[in-house]
Design a protein around this ligand. Structure first.
Ligand SMILES: C[S@@+](CC[C@H](N)C(=O)[O-])C[C@H]1O[C@@H](n2cnc3c(N)ncnc32)[C@H](O)[C@@H]1O
Length: 301
C-alpha cells in the first residue's frame, strides 16, 4: 500500500530546508517526512526520533540509501537535552501512525480485537490495560474528560470499574457502548473514538511530551531556524497555538517612549497566521488528513 504523509508539500514549504542544514524529524514513523527532508539535503544532516522501535527498523530499511541520518529511539520531548548541536529546523507529525493503528496487536484501534496495549514505545511498562483495570473511577473520569473531551466520561468511567476485568479492545468497546444512551449511539462517528483517544494520550503522556518540547526547543534552534508541527486534535493544536503565539508576540509598555531602534521585537514570527489545513485533493485520498492542522514558526534572532 502506498505510504501517505500528511501535508507533505505544505510542511516542506514551511520548513524551507537548506541543503547544508541540520534538521530533526521528531516523529519518524514510516519516514515520509524524513525522506522529503533527505531529498532536499546535500551536506546537511537529519536526526530522526521515534518511540517505536518497529518504526525505526522499518524506516532504516526504507531510507537505507541515506547515510546522513541518525536514528534515535527516544521521546522527542527530550531532544533539546539529547542533541549536541543547534539545528535549522524541526518537524513533528504528532500522534499514532497508520501502521500502529492497523496492527490489532498494538491495541490502538476500536475496530480490531487486540490486547489493551496502546504503547508507542513497547519497552514502556504502563499500558492501557493497567489504566483500564487498576485506576480509580475518578482518575479514569479525569482521563476521559480531559484527554478525550468525552461528554459521558462519568458513565463510562463507572461502567469500566463495574465491568473489570477488561482485557481486550473489543471488550472495552462493548462496555463503553453499553454505558452510553441510545441517542449518543445513534450519532454519526464511532462512540468509542474519544475514549480510545483519551486512553492513548494517557498511556503515552502525549500532551506532556508536546508541552515539554514546546518549552525547550528554543535551546537548540538556530536563528533563522523553523519549527513545523502537524496536530490531529484540538488539545494538541491548542498547546501549539498558545506556545507559538507567546513566542511571536511582545508586550510593549505604551507608556515607555522607545527610540525606533529600541522597540522590543518578538524573537519569533509565525509563518502562517492561521493553521494550514489539507487540500481537497489530499482529503479525498487520506482520511487522516481530515483533522490535521499545520502550524509553523521561525526564530528571528
Ligand atoms: C503520525 S506518525 C509519523 C509519520 C511520519 N511523519 C511519516 O511521514 O511517515 C507519528 C510517529 O511518531 C511517533 N511518536 C509519537 N509521539 C512521539 C514522541 N513523543 N516521541 C517520539 N516519537 C513519537 C509514533 O511512534 C509514530 O511512529
Amino acid at each position: 500500500m502506498k505510504h501517505f504523509s500528511v501535508m507533505l508539500e505544505e510542511s516542506m514549504a514551511a520548513l524551507d530546508v537548506k541543503a547544508e542544514g541540520v534538521y530533526v524529524d521528531g516523529t519518524l514513523g514510516r519516514g515520509g517526512h524524513s525522506l522529503a527532508i533527505l531529498q532536499r539535503l546535500k551536506n546537511g544532516h537529519l536526526y530522526a526520533f521515534d518511540l517505536d522501535e518497529t518504526a525505526i527498523k522499518e524506516s532504516k530499511e526504507r531510507l537505507k540509501a541515506y547515510t546522513n541520518i541518525t536514528y534515535i529511539h527516544h521521546n522527542f520531548k527530550d531532544m533539546a537535552a539529547i542533541l549536541k548541536e543547534k539545528v535549522d529546523g524541526i518537524i513533528l507529525d504528532l500522534g499514532v501512525s497508520s501502521p500502529q493503528f492497523d496492527e490489532a496487536q498494538r491495541g490502538f484501534s476500536y475496530r480490531f480485537d487486540g490486547p489493551l496495549d496502546m504503547r508507542m514505545d513497547q519497552s514502556q511498562t504502563l499500558t492501557a490495560h493497567e489504566i483500564v483495570n487498576t485506576y480509580e473511577e475518578d482518575a479514569l473520569f479525569k482521563i476521559l474528560h480531559n484527554y478525550g473531551e468525552e461528554p459521558n466520561a462519568g458513565r463510562i468511567a463507572r461502567a469500566i470499574v463495574e465491568n473489570r476485568p477488561i482485557d481486550t479492545t473489543l471488550k472495552l468497546v462493548e462496555v463503553i457502548k453499553n454505558a452510553l444512551p441510545a441517542k449518543v449511539l445513534a450519532k454519526k462517528g464511532h462512540p468509542c473514538k474519544q475514549s480510545f483517544q483519551a486512553l492513548r494520550i494517557a498511556v503515552n503522556g502525549e500532551l506532556e511530551a508536546l508541552q515539554n518540547f514546546l518549552d525547550t526547543f528554543d535551546n537548540i534552534l538556530k536563528p533563522g531556524g523553523r519549527v513545523v508541527i502537524l496536530t490531529f486534535h484540538s488539545l494538541e493544536d491548542r498547546l501549539v497555538k498558545q506556545s507559538f503565539k507567546k513566542l511571536s508576540t511582545v508586550n510593549i509598555d505604551k507608556h515607555i517612549p522607545y527610540l525606533p531602534d529600541a522597540i522590543p521585537q518578538a524573537a519569533y514570527r509565525l509563518i502562517n497566521t492561521k493553521a494550514v489545513i489539507s487540500s481537497q485533493e489530499e482529503l479525498a485520498l487520506n482520511h487522516r488528513s481530515l483533522s490535521a492542522k499545520l502550524r509553523a514558526i521561525e526564530k528571528l534572532r
